[in-house]
Design a protein around this ligand. Structure first.
Ligand code: GDP
Ligand code: MG
Length: 594
C-alpha cells in the first residue's frame, strides 16, 4: 500500500493561497463534507482566522481515486511568515514533495525563495504552480519567467485558481505522478520523526509523526531516542483532519501517537520514537532547532495573576515548542517571565494569545536581541536583556547576531532600500534580477536593527511591494553601549536599551522625546533623562498636570460620571507603577519605533 501514498506540503509566500488550495483539495477528495466546509478550513485558531494567516502547521490525510487507483494523500499546510519558517522546515522533513505556489499578481516573493531553499535542502520533489490566474491582474507569462529563473531547471509550471478550483485536479495528478511514494521500510525497527506536538488533556502529549521505518500500534511500549523518555502508546491515529484512531501506523504514513506524557519537553520536535523492546540504534537526522533571538519579559499587570501567567505559558508551550520562558523578577515590575521568540510577529502572536485565550492583562517589556559578552577575565556569557550587561570596564567584547537579508522588490525602489539599509547599519552584498523589473537584493544587517519596525518601514518606502526574509549569518563584534532612562533622577531599568555607540545621542534624544509624548502627565513635573554610564545626554520634562476628566460633565448625570471614572480606573490598571512613574503598556514598544 506504500506505493499509493504521497506525502507533500504546500509552500509559498504568505497570502499566495496555500490554505485556499488546501480547501480545494479537501473538497475534491471529499475529506470534509461540503456543508462543513468554510474558507481556510485548516486555519483553526481564532487568531489565524481573524488575521488570515496560518500560524500552526496542520496535517491532513485525504483519499483520492486517480486513473482507477486509490491513493492516500498526506498534506501538511504550512505558515508563510518568516518568523514561522521553523514550522516550515519541520513539515518539509516529513514529506517527499512540495507544491511551490506563486501568486500570479504578486510574483516570486522573499518567502517563495526561502521556502524553496528549505525544500531543496530536504531534496524534495518540487511542483511549481501559479495561483490566482482568475484575477484580472494576473501576469502569468512574467511570473512563469520568474519561477524558471529561481528553479534553474526546466519543468512544467501549473496554472491554477485555488479559489475557483481551476487546474486543481491536474495539480493532484502531478502530485501523484511526480512525487515518489515513501520507501517501504516496514521490516526495520520503528523510527518515527516527531514534527509537531500538541497537548491533549485526556491522552497527554500527541506526537505528530512521520513513520519512516517500522510500524506502531496502540498499547506498545515506546522509547524516545534523544529525550530517553519511555511511555506506553495510548492510541495511534490519522488526521481527517480531525483526529481519528487507527489500529496501526506503518512506514510511509503520517499520523499521531498519543504518548500520555504530561510534559511536552519529553516529546520534543525532531526527536525519534522507537520501540522500547526492539530499539532502533540511531535517531533520525533532526532538523533545524528553533533559535529564539528576540527576548522580552512578560509581567502580569496584576501581581496576583502571576500563577495564572505561569500556568498559561506552560500550556502555550505545549503547542509551541519554539517558545521558551524562564521566571524572572524585577524590583519595578514584580515577578514575571523572560521569554524567547523567533521574531517580532511571534512575540505579538504569543502575547495576543495570552491576552485572548487566557484572559491575561500583561506588561510586555521592550524587546531586545541576544548578546554574547566576553569579559576581560575571559568569561563568556549570553545576556537576554540590557539589565544583565556587566559594567563596561569589565567587558572585552560584545557580540551581536547578524542576519542575511533577502529582499524581493521592483527595481525602482532600489535607491530607497539602500538608504534604509544604510541607516540600519546594513552591508550590501548583491543584486540579482528576477525577470525584467524585479530584483533580489541581499544585505547583511545586525538583528537589533530589524526586529522592531524595519519591515513596516520597508513596506512603506516600497508602497507595500517589497518582501523580506532573513536568517542568521553569525555573531559579530559590535561597538555597543547601554542607554539608560532616568525618571525624576531614578533609573527605570525596564526602559534601558543596548544601542550602537554611533547612534547613542540620537537614540537618547528620541527616547526621551517619545516618552514625554507617551507618558501620562503626573501630579508633579517629572524630569526624563537619557544617560550612558551615568552621563546625561538628553533631557525632557513632563509638566505637572491634573485634569478632572469628569469636569465637563456638569450637572447631575451621576451614572455617566461613574462610568467615566470606572473607565479611567481601568485605564490605570493597565499601567505599571515604576518608581515614581506610571508607564502605559504600549510605551515599551513605542519607544523603539523610528
Ligand atoms: P496563505 O497565506 O498562503 O495560506 O493564503 P490564503 O489561502 O489564506 O489566501 C490568501 C488570500 O488570497 C485569501 O483572501 C484568498 O481568498 C485569496 N486567494 C487564494 N487563492 C486565490 C485564487 O486562486 N484566486 C483569487 N482571486 N483569490 C485567491
Ligand atoms: Mg495559510
Amino acid at each position: 500500500m506504500n506505493q499509493n501514498i504521497r506525502n507533500f506540503c504546500i509552500i509559498a509566500h504568505i497570502d499566495h493561497g496555500k490554505s485556499t488550495l488546501a480547501d480545494r483539495l479537501l473538497e475534491l477528495t471529499g475529506t470534509v463534507e461540503k456543508r462543513k466546509m468554510r474558507e481556510q478550513y485548516l486555519d483553526s485558531m481564532d487568531l489565524e482566522r481573524e488575521r488570515g494567516i496560518t500560524i500552526k502547521l496542520q496535517p491532513v490525510r485525504m483519499e483520492y481515486e486517480f486513473k482507477g487507483v486509490k491513493y492516500i494523500l498526506n498534506l501538511i499546510d504550512t505558515p508563510g511568515h518568516v518568523d514561522f519558517s521553523y514550522e516550515v522546515s519541520r513539515s518539509l522533513a516529513a514529506v517527499e514533495g512540495a507544491i511551490l505556489l506563486v501568486d500570479a499578481t504578486k510574483g516570486v516573493q522573499a518567502q517563495t525563495l526561502s521556502s524553496l531553499y528549505l525544500a531543496r535542502e530536504q531534496k524534495l520533489e518540487i511542483i511549481p504552480a501559479i495561483n490566482k490566474i482568475d484575477l484580472p491582474g494576473a501576469r502569468v507569462a512574467e511570473v512563469e519567467k520568474e519561477i524558471r529563473g529561481i528553479l534553474k531547471e526546466d519543468k512544467k509550471i501549473y496554472h491554477i485558481s485555488a479559489k475557483e478550483g481551476l487546474g486543481v485536479e491536474e495539480l493532484i495528478g502531478a502530485v501523484i505522478n511526480q512525487i515518489s511514494a515513501p520507501k517501504k521500510e516496514e521490516e526495520k525497527p520503528l523510527r518515527a520523526l516527531i514534527f509537531d506536538s500538541v497537548y491533549d488533556s485526556y491522552k497527554g502529549v500527541l506526537a505528530y509523526a512521520r513513520i519512516m521505518e517500522g510500524r506502531i500500534k496502540a498499547g506498545e511500549k515506546i522509547f524516545l531516542i534523544s529525550s530517553k523518555a519511555q511511555a506506553e502508546t495510548i492510541e495511534v491515529g490519522i488526521f481527517k483532519p480531525d483526529l481519528m484512531p487507527v489500529s496501526a501506523l506503518s512506514a510511509g504514513e503520517i499520523g499521531y501517537i498519543a504518548t500520555g506524557f504530561k510534559d511536552v519537553s519529553l516529546c520534543r520536535v525532531g526527536d525519534t520514537i522507537t520501540h522500547f523492546f526492539s530499539q532502533a540504534k540511531e535517531g533520525l537526522a533532526g532538523y533545524k532547532e528553533p533559535k529564539p533571538m528576540v527576548f522580552a519579559s512578560f509581567y502580569p499587570a496584576e501581581d496576583a495573576d502571576y500563577d495564572h501567567l505561569k500556568d498559561s505559558l506552560s500550556k502555550l508551550k505545549l503547542n509551541d515548542s519554539s517558545l521558551i520562558s524562564e521566571p524572572e523578577s524585577s524590583e519595578a515590575l514584580g515577578r514575571g517571565f523572560r521569554c524567547g521568540f523567533l521574531g517580532m510577529l511571534h512575540l505579538e502572536i504569543v502575547s495576543e494569545r495570552l491576552r485572548r485565550e487566557y484572559n491575561l492583562d500583561l506588561v510586555v517589556t521592550t524587546p531586545s536581541v541576544v548578546y554574547k559578552i566576553i569579559e576581560k577575565s575571559g568569561l563568556e556569557k549570553t545576556i537576554y536583556s540590557p539589565q544583565e550587561l556587566p559594567d563596561l570596564s569589565k567587558i572585552q567584547e560584545i557580540k551581536e547576531p547578524w542576519m542575511n537579508l533577502e529582499i524581493v522588490c521592483p527595481n525602482v525602489y532600489l535607491g530607497q532600500i539602500m538608504k534604509l539599509l544604510q541607516s540600519s547599519d546594513g552591508i550590501y552584498k548583491t543584486t540579482e534580477y528576477l525577470g525584467e523589473e524585479r530584483v533580489i537584493v541581499k544585505y547583511e544587517a545586525p538583528l537589533r536593527e530589524i526586529i522592531v519596525d524595519f519591515y513596516d518601514r520597508l513596506k512603506s518606502i516600497t508602497s507595500g511591494y517589497a518582501s523580506m526574509s532573513y536568517d542568521l549569518v553569525g555573531w559579530r563584534k559590535g561597538e555597543l553601549v547601554k542607554l539608560d532612562i532616568l525618571a525624576a533622577g531614578d533609573e527605570v531599568a525596564a526602559l534601558s536599551r543596548i544601542v550602537p555607540r554611533h547612534k547613542v545621542l540620537g537614540e537618547g534624544r528620541s527616547m526621551v522625546e517619545k516618552l514625554k509624548k507617551i507618558l501620562p502627565h503626573q501630579l508633579f513635573a517629572v524630569a526624563l533623562q537619557a544617560a550612558i554610564g551615568g552621563k546625561i545626554i538628553a533631557r525632557e520634562t513632563i509638566p505637572a498636570m491634573r485634569k478632572d476628566v469628569t469636569g465637563y460633565l456638569y450637572g447631575g448625570d451621576y451614572s455617566r460620571k461613574k462610568k467615566l471614572l470606572e473607565k479611567q480606573k481601568k485605564g490605570k490598571k493597565k499601567m505599571k507603577a515604576i518608581g515614581k512613574l506610571k508607564i502605559p503598556q504600549k510605551a515599551f514598544l513605542e519607544i523603539l519605533k523610528k
